[in-house]
Design a protein around this ligand. Structure first.
Ligand SMILES: OC[C@@H]1[C@@H](O)[C@H](O)[C@@H](O)c2[nH]c(CCc3ccccc3)c[n+]21
Length: 446
């Protein structure tokens, strides 16, 4: 591969999320989240795995920052657990919770690592779920209040904020198919939760403009949808799938409208939303975060309610989570974002893969060539998008550590650093050593 040069200031980092790495979910006055509740509900997660310990990051945070520095990370994307800050979701502030993240941010800055803070990465306070959660229109105010608490505490030191991580997964997983907390299965609830999540995003951005002085954005998981054939059915199915995942959140956030296909998909379950709601949702953003993992070759089927689904590619390479390795999809997707929404700055806020990693060998090596290959090709795809004119400001590898993969428990390892969950020992994999060189050469060694 010819030498690739990335823009000056391009930020190289890694990403995690609170519930997946911290453990100690109820420590120091924190309240339970819907994931504490969900994981402790029999049958909801593989092997009954919970976030009670995870990577014990709540206690090992200082050593983990030291590890990030040793790897040469320039940035670290993490999320704040809302119920550590507001144990009941609103009102009373648990200062010990704020202090944990304040100390983490100070340690990152002292080690020359820029924090990117995600306010919501799926762990709603259980107390708010008991008040209707994202089905309650008051959730926009709850979220703006929580965001304001964090802006006041950290905005001088945190300069890149994210409101929501992946509203599509929160609703498709948590309200339509029930695989994720809060485990609902309702075509009627799904659009309401989606809409309130986006109202909450808008309210939190509005609150930031009154308090914060830096940058705030939204993180979405999007994937390019390619028709399995040129039949009318597959073409229409691909259009539906594209609208449902890729346009459903970026269109209201950036264009102030929903794609028309959503009415077709949800039918009588799609409300006529008030114009004032769309005005709240559409707030000026400083960047968009893109979480990319795979593409979808899409065909018409009888799935509910989308009537579209992915077709496995016979010659494709697949990860442990069943996702096709398709780097060109990332380039295509970034160019699509630029063409549809204009020159908004973008970060790759997640990209990575779970492969079956061997155990830690003698001398502390973990050989993960498939992950290195995946990362090299996808970082190359980012560069191709930059060459095509996309304003991409950084790349956050998912993930720093092996961690709790939600309902799949600890069965999938996405980390560039291996975690022995019995001893909590961290061991950088070959991919971490490789990534360190990519960062040190600013991409030239790719
Ligand atoms: O699955 C790997 C990671 C999760 O560990 C992150 O918490 C989450 O932000 C995230 N999003 C995606 C892509 C969307 C997706 C998530 C879960 C299941 C299927 C697709 C992959 N990942």
């Amino acid at each position: 591969m010819s030498q690739r040069t990335f823009p000056d200031g391009f930020l190289w980092g890694a990403a995690t999320a609170a519930h997946q790495i911290e453990g100690s979910p109820m420590a120091d006055g924190a309240g339970p989240s819907i994931w504490t509740r969900f994981a402790h509900t029999p049958g909801m997660t593989l092997n009954g795995d919970t976030g009670d310990v995870a990577c014990d990051h709540y206690r090992r945070w200082k050593d983990d920052v030291k590890l990030m520095r040793e790897l040469g990370l320039q940035a670290y994307r993490f999320s704040v657990s809302w119920s550590r800050i507001h144990p009941e979701g609103t009102g009373r502030v648990n200062q010990a919770g704020v202090d944990f993240y304040s100390r983490l941010v100070d340690e990152l800055l002292e080690n020359g690592i820029e924090p990117l803070l995600t306010l919501y990465h799926w762990d709603l306070p259980a107390a708010l779920e008991d008040r209707g959660g994202w089905l309650n229109r008051d959730s926009a105010d709850w979220f703006a209040e929580y965001g304001s608490t964090m802006y006041r505490a950290l905005d001088g030191r945190v300069k890149k904020w994210v409101t929501l991580n992946e509203p599509w997964v929160i609703t498709d997983g948590g309200y339509l198919h029930g695989a994720l907390a809060p485990g609902h299965r309702s075509k009627y609830e799904t659009p309401i939760a989606s809409h309130n999540l986006m109202r909450a995003h808008g309210a939190a951005v509005k609150a930031y403009r009154d308090i914060g002085k830096h940058e705030i954005g939204l993180v979405v998981n999007i994937e390019p949808k390619y028709p399995a054939s040129d039949s009318a059915e597959d073409t229409a199915a691909t259009k539906r799938a594209h609208a449902y995942m890729n346009e459903q959140y970026l269109d209201p956030a950036l264009l102030g409208r929903y794609p028309p296909e959503l009415k077709e998909i949800f039918g009588d379950a799609w409300p006529d939303w008030a114009a004032a709601d769309l005005e709240l949702i559409r707030q000026q953003l400083d960047f968009i975060g893109i979480n990319y993992y795979t593409r979808s070759v899409t065909q018409a089927n009888d799935s509910y309610p989308l009537k579209a689904g992915a077709v496995r590619q016979p010659l494709g390479t697949y990860t442990e989570t069943g996702w096709e390795v398709y780097p060109k999809g990332l380039t295509d997707l970034l160019v699509w974002v630029k063409e549809r929404y204009g020159d908004i700055p973008m970060y790759i806020t997640e990209n990575g893969a779970a492969f079956f990693d061997p155990p830690v060998a003698e001398g502390g090596r973990v050989r993960d060539p498939l992950r290195m290959d995946y990362l090299q090709k996808h970082i190359g795809a980012v560069h191709d998008a930059i060459q095509a004119g996309c304003d991409i400001r950084g790349y956050m590898l998912w993930s720093l550590l092996d961690n709790l993969e939600w309902s799949l428990g600890y069965s999938k390892r996405f980390g560039m650093v291996h975690v022995n969950y019995g001893t909590q020992e961290r061991t950088p994999k070959d991919s971490a050593r490789w990534y360190s060189k990519v960062i040190a050469s600013h991409g030239a060694s790719l």
